[in-house]
Design a protein around this ligand. Sequence first.
Ligand code: PMT
Length: 404
Amino acid sequence: MKGKGIVVGVTGGIAAYKAAELVRLLVREEAVVRVAMTANAARFVAPLTFEALSGNRVLCDMWGPEAGAMDHISLGQEADLVIVAPATANFIGKMANGIGDDFLSTMLLAATAPVLVCPAMNVKMYGNPVVQKNLEVLKDRGVTVMEPGEGQLACRSEGKGRLPDPPEIVEEAQRLLSPRDLQGMRILVTAGPTVEPLDPVRYITNRSSGKMGYAVARAAWRRGASVVLVSGPTCIAPPRGVDFKPVRTAFEMRDTVFALAPRTHVIVKAAAVADYRPKSTADQKIKKGPRALTLDLEKNPDILAELGKTDTFSGILVGFAAETEELLGNAEAKLKAKNLDMIVANDVSRKDAGFETDTNAVKILFREGRMEETPLLGKDQVADLLLDRIKVLWEDRGERRRGD
Ligand code: PMT
C-alpha cells in the first residue's frame, strides 16, 4: 500500500470509532490517507482524531476553510481507492440515488477511483429490503460492498450489521489495489506444521508458524487466483477469501492434497511436513516410568515427491527446502529428486528468516538450473515475488487453457 492514496469516508454511525483504527492500520501500511466525514460522523468522533492519525486535514464541510475549491471533485479522482466505513443506511441510500448534499456524498458522485463500502447498522435496518436494494444498485455500478459481521450490535440487538473488523477492511482494500494478474489460476498452498500424535496428550511437531504459506495464499487471493489453503495447526487466522482446509497429520495433508490436485493448476508446498511419525499411537497417556523412553518412528509419505512422480498432478509444482547447512546443494537435490518446477531454499538457521519470523530471505532454484536470490523482505513481499515467478511458469505451461 506504500504511497497509495486512500480516502476514508466516515458516516454517522456508532461504528465511526472503529474507522479510527482503520485509518491507523492504513497509515501503518504506508498509504497516504485523507479522511472525509459527514456532519453526523463528527458527532461520534472528533475530526481531530482522524487528523492526528492520518497526518492530514479532515474534510467535513464543503464550504469550510479546510476544503479547497475543487477538493470535492479532485479527491475521489486522484485517489487509488475510496473506502466508506462505516456506511450508514442513510448514506447508502444517498449513494444509490445520486444525492450529493455534503462533501462526502458529492465527492463520491465525481469519484473515478474504485469504491469500497462497508455497511454498519442495526440488524433490522440492514435486512430492510430498501437497504438491500440500494446495496444491489451500488454493486451493479461496480462498487465493492463488504458483508457486515454478525454478533452483538451497539444497539444491543444480535445479528448481522457490525462493521467488519478493520484488519479485514484493510485486507479487502489491499485486494482492490492489487493487480488481478492471477485470475483463472487455481492454486493450492500447504502451510504450517503437521502434528504426529504419540498419545492423546502429546505429539511430535516442528516450529512452522504457517506465516510463509499463509502469505502466499493471501497474495494469490489478492491477485485474483482461486486459492485452497491446506494447513496444519497454527495460531494465525486463515486469510480472507481462501478455501481453508485444516489438517493435522501428514497423512491427512496428503489425502486432502491428492483429492484436490486434479482440479489444481499450481501446488505450493510451504508446509513443514513431519518426515517421521510415531510407529504407534497409545490409546492412553503414556505414563512416566523409571527408565528412559525410546520412541519408534516410521517414515511419513513424502507428499511432494509423490506428486512429482504421479499422473495425478500435471501442473506447476513448487517446493520449499528448509535447511540448516548446504542450502543450495540440498535444495537442488530436492528439486531433482521430487521432480519440481521450482524450489524455494530457506536457510532456517537465520534469526530473521525461515521459521516464525515475519521476514524471509530465500534462494529460488528453477528446473532448468537458473537461480535467483532475494534480499531480506517481509513474507508478504517474498510471496508476491514467488507468485511473479510462478505466473511465468504457469503461462509457459499453458495451464490456463488446459484447465478451463
Ligand atoms: O511457517 P513459517 O514459520 O513461516 O516458516 C516457513 C517455513 C520455514 C516452514 C517455509 O519457508 C519452508 O521452508 N517450508 C518447507 C519446510 C520443509 O518441510 O522443508 P523440507 O526440506 O523438509 O521439505 C522439502 C519439501 O517437501 C517441502 O516443500 C515440504 O512441504 C515437502 N515435504 C516434506 C516432507 C514430507 N513428508 N512431505 C512433503 O511434502
